[in-house]
Design a protein around this ligand. Structure first.
Ligand code: NAD
Length: 255
């Protein structure tokens, strides 16, 4: 059974991961590392910094902290031969290079989305893409989300466009001739895949990829209802990684 340390262990994701991964039967949670004390420990030891963690007791560090926290985790893991799973987003190019350097010393997984359903829906969409004439994406999020469209929908559009190009299909041209209201046809992305963004209170994170062909349609829908949706993907990454140097970018190769 692998022993984990969670950097950002007092945070929203850190607490959910400590509970979910600890209950999975695959891992023990050795330490919750965070500048502030976690409200719940789930049997782990609290450490205000990595200096207080005995590296000999930890197999993998899970980092859901901040970009600065990732730099600390990467240096500690590389120095002590401990695998690293990174969920923290917003890394600068320089911080990303620190991660890549760590991956020459130990195994590192870095992914912008640990939701297995979201990753699978992108794979299914890429499979379907060559067989339909047109495809459009609707992404729906809570009204606190400040950016649009979502990074996940752009990644899906890119994967669909690549699959269409690979199949020798031309870029999709919007058949609409007259725009009575500007914006009605959504945002244009790569390959002519349109994205429509919906923002409403009560929503969490949802996406529909709609395909249309002669006489049939196909909808690939994914819903994230809760941060619990990330636990399974982090578990896959923590199981796959160890001290052997390598960089795994995204969890699709682990599914
Ligand atoms: P949060 O603010 O609730 O928690 C972050 C925690 O990290 C806090 O407790 C904070 O004290 C701690 N922290 C910050 N800097 C630190 C440092 N240098 N050293 C130690 N601890 C530090 O945030 P959250 O909602 O839990 O999200 C955390 C990160 O995970 C964000 O970057 C978020 O975008 C990312 N995230 C990624 C995924 C994914 O699938 N990849 C999913 C959800 C969230």
């Amino acid at each position: 059974m692998k022993a984990l340390a969670i950097n950002g262990g007092a945070g929203r994701m850190g607490q959910i991961l400590a509970e979910g991964l600890g209950a999975s039967g695959q891992f023990t949670i050795g330490a919750l590392v965070d500048a502030r004390e976690p409200s719940r420990l789930f049997g782990a030891t609290y450490a205000a910094s990595f200096e207080a963690v005995d590296a000999a007791t930890i197999d993998v560090v899970i980092d859901f902290s901040s970009p600065e926290g990732v730099v600390t985790s990467a240096a500690w893991c590389a120095a002590h031969g401990v695998g690293l799973v990174i969920g923290t987003t917003g890394l600068s190019d320089e911080q990303r290079r620190v991660v890549e350097t760590a991956a020459t010393k130990v195994g590192v997984v870095i992914a912008a989305n640990y939701s297995v359903g979201a990753v699978l829906s992108e794979k299914f969409a890429a499979m379907a893409a060559p067989y339909f004439d047109r495809v459009e994406i609707i992404e729906l999020h809570h009204d606190k989300k400040v950016d649009a469209p979502s990074g996940t929908s752009i990644a899906a559009a890119t994967a669909i466009a690549a699959a269409r190009t690979h199949a020798g299909l031309p870029e999709m041209i919007d058949p609409t001739q007259r725009h009575t209201l500007a914006g009605a046809r959504g945002a244009d992305t790569i390959g002519g895949v349109k994205i429509h963004s919906v923002r409403l209170p009560g929503l969490v994170s949802h996406q529909e990829i709609l395909f249309g062909g002669p006489g049939e349609g196909l909808t690939v829908r994914h819903d994230s209802f809760d941060r619990l949706s990330f636990v399974q993907g982090v578990a896959l990454a923590a199981s796959a990684i160890d001290s052997t140097p390598r960089l795994v970018d995204g969890i699709d190769s682990l599914i």
